[in-house]
Design a protein around this ligand. Sequence first.
Ligand SMILES: [Zn+2]
Ligand SMILES: [Zn+2]
Length: 256
Amino acid sequence: MFVDSHCHLDFPELAEIQDEVLANMRHSGVSHVLCVGVTLENFPNILRFAEQHSNVYASVGLHPDHEQESEPTEEMLVELAQHPKVVAIGETGLDYFHMKGELEWQRLRFRTHIRAARKCKKPLIVHCRDAAQDTLRILAEEKASETGGVMHCFTESLEVAQAAMEMGFYISFSGIVTFKSATALKEVARSIPLERMLIETDSPYLAPVPYRGKLNQPAYVKYVAEEIARLRGVSLEEVGRATTENFCRLFLGKSI
Ligand SMILES: [Zn+2]
Ligand SMILES: [Zn+2]
């Protein structure tokens, strides 16, 4: 009924209670998850997890918050993405909120990921914090519309969402949309077409209301779906169905 399009099941908080996390998913109607890579070092763990569970997919990339890691080349990413369970390149993007100073390395790394995605024809998972204009500019310059992808954990304006959608990107909402203070984001969730929307937890972080501040997990993605249904005045089933179909179209090229 629901797919969590972005989570980090390999992070210690969730890896330690993996069986419980998977059981909770089943009970909440969360059929599949995409476990998103943030370092190449941990990629083998994610891949092993995806190989062990038919309902877990993986992605490969180096997150913009990891400055110290050695840079992957385009060829390296393409090579790692050949595995049938790897459905996307990322997460990648720009983060001017957590990282300060001269960030040209972030922009170069982002470009490498976009080129790799175009080469292996897989969608991009884009992380963007306080860097919307540069993110959109680089996506355009590197012709990311050839592969499309998702703007994950979206917190930007409707204008940014529209510009991303015009380049073939989906907009993914996390638990942030359930926060009372997120009035502008709620408006975005109300306005954009359901056909371009994904839902995610970004667990173990950002637990939605009513679990705000607690350990997040994929089972809680249904609270994100509930809030979107409420905002749009449609049924929970409709949000579940649409976001699942969108996930399949973007990442799998077939239905689950
Ligand atoms: Zn992210
Ligand atoms: Zn993430």
